[in-house]
Design a protein around this ligand. Structure first.
Ligand SMILES: [Fe+2]
Ligand SMILES: [Fe+2]
Length: 282
């Protein structure tokens, strides 16, 4: 891990631990704070089973002063190997209850305020999902976009395992989540760190190897949230492309670990977990 910018407490972040991979589990088990007051944001895709998710968050909660979690698409899968057969919103609600029992912050709880270096800043965990509005090149409707993806064979596994029940569609669930999150964020005073599994703006998806995958990566409805809601940083994952980009001057940190076949290929070591506050130099 890179040296911290100060000796004081830090707001740290990681996502896409995917601990069903043994090599990733080892990395998760090695995550440790450097001070007793460090917080850890876990921005989704911990695992696919409730048992793995709970075990990992329990371990991290035992180490970090606060842990803030948002769901990734993998948490929301009703995977064959998970004895917990809950689907859609019921599955999400169950995960929220699991987190509350562990003392982990979720998008359904009062937003915690980071008062360490770089604070005070409200840390807002969000769950907004996606609505296929990041259309592939040459398409302009959801149906055209999905048809394009079916033609190339690049179709996200969510189509088979992430059920929107009781909503009629993932788009409808997304619309409800966006409205709920906007109401909550509008009530926040002062600066924020916005945390979501998805990048909030489309730009980071421009470098995807398969541009049609962007459909499963967010919604155009969140494109101005970093400006509207006073973000000093945005934290996300899902793309498995760890880096920081700036949009309207706001740093957007993609903090994923990703799959072993991916992280083994990164030419330079990536700081894990990433430091969000105090803001890293440069
Ligand atoms: Fe992931
Ligand atoms: Fe994901």
């Amino acid at each position: 891990m890179a040296q911290p910018p100060t000796a004081g407490p830090r707001l740290l972040a990681i996502s896409d631990l995917h601990v069903s991979h043994a090599d990733n589990r080892e990395i998760a088990e090695a995550l440790k704070p450097e001070t007793a007051d460090d917080w850890l944001i876990v921005a989704g895709d911990v695992a696919e089973t409730v048992d793995d998710i709970a075990r990992t968050l329990r371990m991290l909660r035992g180490r970090f002063a606060e842990v803030v979690w948002v769901p990734g698409n993998h948490e929301l899968w009703t995977a064959r190997r998970d004895p917990v057969r809950l689907r859609g919103a019921e599955r999400y609600d169950h995960l929220v209850e699991v987190c509350r029992d562990l003392g982990v912050h979720t998008p359904e709880d009062p937003y915690p305020v980071w008062t360490g270096p770089g604070g005070p800043v409200t840390v807002a965990p969000l769950f907004t999902l996606y609505d296929y509005s990041f259309h592939p090149p040459g398409t302009s409707t959801v149906e055209e976009g999905l048809e394009y993806a079916r033609g190339t064979g690049v179709v996200c596994t969510d189509e088979y395992l992430l059920h929107p029940d009781p909503y009629p569609s993932r788009e409808a669930w997304c619309a409800e989540r966006v409205a709920y999150s906007e109401r909550r964020l509008a009530a926040v005073d002062g600066p924020t760190v916005l945390v979501d599994h998805y990048p909030l703006v489309r730009d980071p998806t421009d470098v995807l190897r398969y541009p049609e995958f962007a459909q499963w990566c967010g919604t155009v409805r969140t494109a101005d949230w970093h400006r509207r809601f006073g973000a000093v940083a945005v934290v996300y994952g899902h793309l498995h492309i760890p880096r920081t980009t700036r949009h309207d001057g706001v740093p957007f940190h993609e903090v994923s670990l990703g799959y072993p076949r991916e992280w083994r290929k990164w030419p330079v070591p990536v700081e894990r977990p990433a430091t969000i506050l105090p803001a890293p130099a440069g």
